[in-house]
Design a protein around this ligand. Sequence first.
Ligand SMILES: [Zn+2]
Length: 77
Amino acid sequence: MATGATVTCPDCGLERAFDSLGDARAFIEDHRTETGHEATWQLGRLAAGVERAGDEAGVCGSPDCTDTDSPLYQGEN
Ligand SMILES: [Zn+2]
């Protein structure tokens, strides 16, 4: 079964396959740092947005790393 991820960047047309999700994620971060591009990834049957939703929901609970503009943001109780 495929557990890898394919990273694509609409800004420069890059497409690269990775065996591990961690490698794909690291590449996206590096690509963003180096070029400012917002690359996305596709893994298995999950869309790229699934992983991003987890980030935007503020998993770590800190306001500093929570995207409060996200519709997924739950706010403070
Ligand atoms: Zn790019």
